[in-house]
Design a protein around this ligand. Structure first.
Ligand code: CP
Ligand code: NVA
Length: 323
C-alpha cells in the first residue's frame, strides 16, 4: 500500500475536518503500518522529525502511543508535562504555539479547552493533533474504527451503542465519527447527560444514511448493536465538580453487565477507551469484571491500535509520506 502525501501540513482537531474517504484511508494505512511492524519492516517516515507532546492531563495510552510511534519511524517525541513548561502559568497558548512552531515539526496536545488546541494549530504553523480535550477525543475514535474494521471486516452497516455519560468527549467523538462513517449509533443515558443540541445538530449534518437514537432506556439503546461502548462516568478534570455523586447514582442502571450484553440479540463485542473502573469494590463500575475480562472484550486491541493509528496520523500529517 502506498503512503499518500496530500495530508502533509494538516492538523487533526476534531476528525470532522476529514471526509469519510480520508478517514477510511487513515484506518487502512494504520492496518498496513501494523502489518509492517509485525513483519519488522521500518520505513522511517518520521526521520529527523521532532514532535512536542503537551500533556495538561495525565495519560498512559496516548503518551506511550505517540512516543513509540515516533521512535519506530525514526522521529523524536518530547514530553512536556503540566508542571514542566510555562504554559498555563507564565505563558499564553498563543505564545507557546509560536515558540514550539519554531522548533518542532508537529505538536500533540492533551488538555481542557478545545479552543486551546485550535489556537495551537492557528498560531504554531505546524500540524497539531488533538490528544483529548474536554469536548473531543478524535485519535481514540480512529483506533476504535480500526478495531471495528479488524473485527467485522467493515465499518459501514454496523451499529454501535454507547451507554453511560452521553455528553463527554468520547460520546461526542464517537457519535460524530461513527455516523460519518456509516454506522448506526445509539446513546443510552439519562436525559441530562445527552449530547448538547450543537453536537446532535452536527451529527445530523455529518450522518451518511444511518440512524441516530437517543434514549434513556439502556436496553432500547443496545438492541441489535454489534458493539457496546462505555467510558468512565467521571472524566479527567470533573472529579471535584458539584453533583458528581448524583451523576454516578443516575448512571448505575447504565452499567455494562452480562444482561445488557445479551440484550443486543447478537454475539456483540465490548469496547472501552480505557482507563476503566471494572473491579469489584471500586466506588463505581461502568462495566462489570466478567464483561471486561470476557472473550468479547476488545479493549486491549483498541489500546494497541492507539499506537498504529497515531503512527498513521503522524506519518501522514508530519512525515508527509516521505521516507
Ligand atoms: N484512552 C486514552 O486516551 O487513554 P490515556 O488517557 O491513557 O491516554
Ligand atoms: N472521558 C475520559 C476519556 C479518557 C480517555 C476522560 O476524559 O477522562
Amino acid at each position: 500500500m502506498e503512503i499518500r502525501s496530500d495530508f502533509f501540513g494538516k492538523s487533526l482537531l476534531t476528525l470532522m475536518e476529514y471526509t469519510p474517504d480520508e478517514i477510511a484511508y487513515f484506518i487502512d494505512w494504520a492496518i498496513e503500518l501494523k502489518r509492517l511492524k509485525r513483519a519488522g519492516i521500518h520505513n522511517y517516515y518520521l526521520k529527523d522529525k521532532n514532535i512536542a507532546m503537551i500533556f495538561e492531563k495525565t495519560s498512559t495510552r496516548t503518551r506511550c502511543a505517540t512516543s513509540v510511534a515516533c521512535l519506530d519511524e525514526g522521529g523524536h517525541a518530547e514530553f512536556l508535562g503540566k508542571d514542566a513548561i510555562q504554559l498555563g502559568k507564565k505563558e499564553s497558548v498563543k505564545d507557546t504555539a509560536r515558540v514550539l512552531g519554531r522548533m518542532y515539526d508537529g505538536i500533540l496536545y492533551r488538555g481542557y479547552e478545545q479552543k486551546s488546541v485550535e489556537m495551537l494549530a492557528e498560531y504554531s504553523g505546524v500540524p497539531v493533533v488533538n490528544g483529548l480535550t474536554d469536548d473531543f477525543h478524535p485519535t481514540q475514535v480512529l483506533a476504535d474504527l480500526m478495531t471495528a474494521k479488524e473485527c467485522f471486516g467493515k465499518i459501514r452497516g454496523l451499529k454501535m451503542a454507547y451507554v453511560g455519560d452521553g455528553r463527554n468527549n468520547m460520546a461526542n467523538s464517537l457519535l460524530l465519527g461513527c455516523v460519518r462513517m456509516g454506522m448506526d449509533f445509539a446513546i443510552g443515558a439519562p436525559k441530562n447527560l445527552f449530547p448538547t443540541e450543537n453536537i446532535i445538530k452536527k451529527a445530523n449534518e455529518m450522518k451518511d444514511n444511518v440512524s441516530i437514537v437517543l434514549t434513556e432506556d439502556p436496553y432500547e439503546a443496545v438492541k441489535d448493536a454489534d458493539i457496546i461502548y462505555t467510558d468512565v462516568w467521571v472524566s479527567m478534570g470533573e472529579e471535584n465538580q458539584p453533583g458528581i455523586k448524583e451523576r454516578i447514582e443516575s448512571l448505575t442502571k447504565y452499567q455494562v453487565n452480562k444482561k445488557l450484553m445479551e440484550a443486543t440479540g447478537k454475539d456483540s463485542v465490548f469496547f472501552h477507551c480505557l482507563p476503566a473502573s471494572h473491579e469489584n469494590g471500586t466506588h463505581y463500575m461502568e462495566v462489570t469484571e466478567d464483561v471486561f475480562e470476557s472473550q468479547n472484550s476488545l479493549v486491549f486491541e483498541e489500546a494497541e491500535n492507539r499506537m498504529h493509528t497515531i503512527k498513521a496520523m503522524l506519518t501522514l500529517l508530519i512525515g508527509g509520506g516521505r521516507k
